[in-house]
Ligand binder design. Structure first.
Ligand SMILES: [Zn+2]
Ligand SMILES: [Zn+2]
Ligand SMILES: [Zn+2]
Length: 372
């Protein structure tokens, strides 16, 4: 058989020119390699095309062809262990770099294995993505095993996540039962992953709950300041906590403020605090205790105690300084820090929002001026 000379060794390092000419001319030139599949199907191919698409195949091409009885013989490459049609699709991809959806449906995992073995990077990326899209509870265990063999981390992770989210179903599959019997280490890895994911979820949830609490406290701090300086619907600044004259606390305000639900609750609390007979009791009243804690928290984050109109702010500041000398309450300090950062976050968000609103207003004004 006549061998066609194609400069194989130069193709990969080239600028792609020889690759293109190879692909264009492969119809015109005679094939010089034969791929043999499991079912003994023989696919004639061109060494130049194969070598330019796969470094592994290029290395094979570099080796001399065994010649029998001095005759020129074609190089034969066996690709076994996958369906014949999958090999055909693989070879076609090496020529055309294209793959049809139904081919991915049918041979996705085989093509992934082939692309890994022959180091065809673009096909491997395509297959990883394609197989991820076709993951089901039924096939996920097999895919995961293959993904690990083929060193496809994204596919591994997505498979793990699917097993985690549908574990009850996956547990019933043949794939899982097979895995339990034959690959206990992988089973352990999967169970570990599920466990880690669950605790990550719990941590996230707890963090969110805490974050919510700090945001609420930060809002309460804003409200206390606002009630004691501007006044809101029920309580005014002049004598926010005035035991003797409850009437003066009622300030007529035309509109409730933005954080009204928090603000309203606080105003009720302040009104209660002002008149509660059990405020100073050791056993105390829970509502008053809560009020005192909020006032103490305010004092801890207040940076202008001298001009501050929030009740007890200066007293708490003084007491705080004394406490500092006695040794610090780390839990309280932590709480204060968290509320401070929540406050900073919310004011940052607010200023961003204002900026956008300002911009939007500007645009509307300009449009009006222009008569648009
Ligand atoms: Zn208010
Ligand atoms: Zn009370
Ligand atoms: Zn203050």
């Amino acid at each position: 058989m006549e061998a066609v000379f194609i400069p194989i060794t130069a193709t990969i390092e080239d600028d792609g020119f020889s690759l293109i000419t190879d692909k264009i001319s492969h119809n015109l030139t005679t094939s010089d390699v034969e791929i043999v599949t499991t079912g003994n199907r023989r696919i004639p191919v061109h060494s130049g095309v194969l070598a330019s698409a796969s470094p592994v195949l290029m290395n094979i091409m570099k080796k001399p062809v065994r010649r029998y009885r001095g005759c020129d013989s074609k190089r034969v490459i066996k690709i076994l262990g996958v369906p014949c049609d999958a090999v055909s699709v693989f070879i076609r991809f090496l020529y055309s770099s294209s793959l049809k959806e139904y081919e991915m449906d049918e041979y996705g995992i085989h093509l992934l294995a082939l692309s890994h073995v022959y180091m065809v990077t673009n096909l491997k990326q395509l297959c990883s993505k394609g197989v991820v899209e076709r993951l089901t509870a039924e096939n996920v265990v097999d895919v995961l095993q293959l993904a690990r063999l083929c060193d496809a981390p994204d596919l591994c992770l997505r498979s793990m996540r699917l097993i985690q989210s549908q574990f009850k179903t996956v547990e019933q599959t043949e794939g899982w039962k097979f895995l339990q019997e034959h690959d206990p280490l992988l089973e352990l890895d999967i169970l570990q992953f599920i466990d880690d994911a669950e605790s990550r979820k719990k941590r996230r949830r707890r963090h969110k709950r805490e974050q919510n609490l700090y945001m609420q406290l930060s809002e309460a701090m804003d409200c206390i300041e606002h009630i004691c300086t501007q006044g809101c619907t029920l309580v005014g600044p002049s004598n926010a906590i005035d035991n003797n004259n409850t009437k003066s606390m009622i300030v007529e305000k035309s509109k409730p403020c933005k954080a009204f639900s928090t603000c309203y609750g606080l105003q009720l609390l302040i009104r209660h605090f002002a008149v509660c007979k059990r405020r100073g009791n050791d056993k105390g009243c829970l509502r008053c205790k809560r009020m005192l804690q909020l006032l103490r928290l305010h004092s801890s984050i207040c940076d202008q105690p001298e001009s501050c109109r929030v009740p007890l702010c200066r007293q708490f500041k003084k007491r705080g300084e004394q406490d500092k000398k006695m040794g610090e309450d780390t839990n309280w300090k932590l709480l204060v820090r968290r509320v401070e950062s929540a406050k900073a976050m919310s004011s940052l968000c607010q200023s961003k929002k204002n900026k956008y609103e300002g911009k939007a207003e500007g645009i509307i004004r300009i449009r009006k001026e222009l008569g648009l």
